[in-house]
Design a protein around this ligand. Structure first.
Ligand code: ZN
Length: 381
């Protein structure tokens, strides 16, 4: 990368999380010289990555011109799968979702019936976008991802998806660079980029059908060597004494506290429920037997989060997921256990909080990741 493109990167990074900036504000933020900023901005205006608009001065003075990422400069296709739904969307260079579509699915029905529908839906949404402005595609899945291969590897809830080549099946259909990412990683990315951009170390814990986490370390998403980092749902606790997990091991925290395991357990108690949404509803109704069970499950989750806090020393742990949103008990119990099991330095500046993003957090994270890949010119595939 030459010095011109490096300063281009620095300039673009200024706009992540900021709507518009004047040249002077860019100089102030970057410490780059007036000439370098002016040349860099000119280059980015020329490639349609930035646009210039008039804006009112904040002190009510005369209007001046400000720059922003060009909302029409390029578009990223987004596909997000959960166990029970898929969202297809398109985002612009500002990370805004310009159009989206949701559908109910059963991920276990397999790729033959689901992937063609996702591709067809994205083709429809991309229809009004000129081909030259389609920059790439990011796909989120609820399973362990090998980024290198573009495949999920032994995914416990994605039955039949093992070995599916997403880069060929989706990327080739659009002739676009495509990137596959685990959904908890995308959620962590969204929290970091959109809510806590100044926080270097953030852990997002997803408590849903499965339990997983996304790790932001030193401001970057930490995937590990093969992409399995953050898979805390399968940390084993001896206190679970012999509970069989769907991954094939025993005593995983998910085998007690994952949504799928709780559904089984609750139905054995005489209820008839289907999923995490039903558990959240029972919590909202204040069912004391269910709340007691959720408190116990949250204790186990708190146990593994405490281990992660001891190991990684984050300053934010964001708790997310249907069950967590259904009852304050989850957050309260996790906090209590983490503070019991961690040292004073690890918790000195630690905040354990609920996610502030809405239902579209995964797709927003996919948009942010797509922008990163595009702006940083990473060879995506
Ligand atoms: Zn397991």
């Amino acid at each position: 990368m030459n010095s011109t493109s490096r300063s281009g990167q620095v300039l673009i990074n200024c706009f992540r999380g900021r709507k518009s900036l004047t040249r002077f504000e860019i100089q102030d933020l970057t410490g780059l010289s007036r000439v370098t900023v002016s040349q860099g901005v000119q280059g980015l205006l020329g490639t349609n990555i930035l646009v210039e608009r008039e804006r009112e001065a904040s002190n009510g003075g005369r209007r001046g011109s400000a720059l922003e990422l060009n909302p029409h400069g390029g578009f990223i296709g987004l596909i997000s799968f959960t166990a029970t739904s898929m969202t297809i969307a398109v985002a612009n260079l500002q990370g805004e979702i310009t159009c989206s579509q949701n559908a109910l699915i059963e991920i276990g029905d397999g790729p033959e019936s689901i992937l063609p529908k996702a591709v067809a839906a994205l083709k429809l949404l991309f229809k009004s976008t000129p081909k030259a402005k389609r920059l790439g595609i990011v796909i989120g899945v609820p399973g362990p991802v090998s980024h290198l291969l573009g495949k999920v590897v032994s995914p416990p809830i994605m039955k039949g998806w093992d070995g599916v080549d997403f880069y060929r099946e989706v990327g080739d259909a659009f002739e676009l660079p495509t990137f596959l990412e685990n959904d908890a990683n995308l959620m962590a990315f969204a929290e970091h980029r959109l809510v806590y951009p100044e926080t270097s170390n953030v852990i997002l814990v997803k408590i849903a059908t499965g339990i997983g986490s996304g790790l932001i370390l030193n401001g970057n998403l930490h995937r590990g060597s093969e992409g399995s980092a953050g898979d805390i749902g399968h940390v084993q606790l001896d206190s679970l004494s012999g509970t069989l997990c769907r991954c094939g091991h025993i005593n995983c925290v998910e085998s007690f506290a994952g949504g799928w395991a709780l559904v089984e357990r609750i139905n054995k108690m005489g209820y008839s429920i289907k999923n995490s949404a039903d558990i959240a509803e029972l919590c909202r109704q204040g069912d004391s037997k269910i709340l007691h069970l959720i408190a116990e499950a949250s204790g186990y989750i708190g146990h593994v989060i405490a281990d992660a806090v001891n190991l990684l020393n984050p300053s934010k742990v964001v708790i997310e997921g249907r069950i967590a949103r259904g009852s304050d008990i989850v957050l309260a119990t996790v906090k209590e256990v983490v503070y019991q099991r961690t040292g004073a330095l690890a918790t000195k500046n630690l905040e354990i909080i609920s996610s502030k993003l809405g239902e579209d957090r995964t797709i927003l994270g996919a948009a942010q990741l797509g922008l990163d890949l595009f702006f940083h010119s990473i060879p995506i595939v």
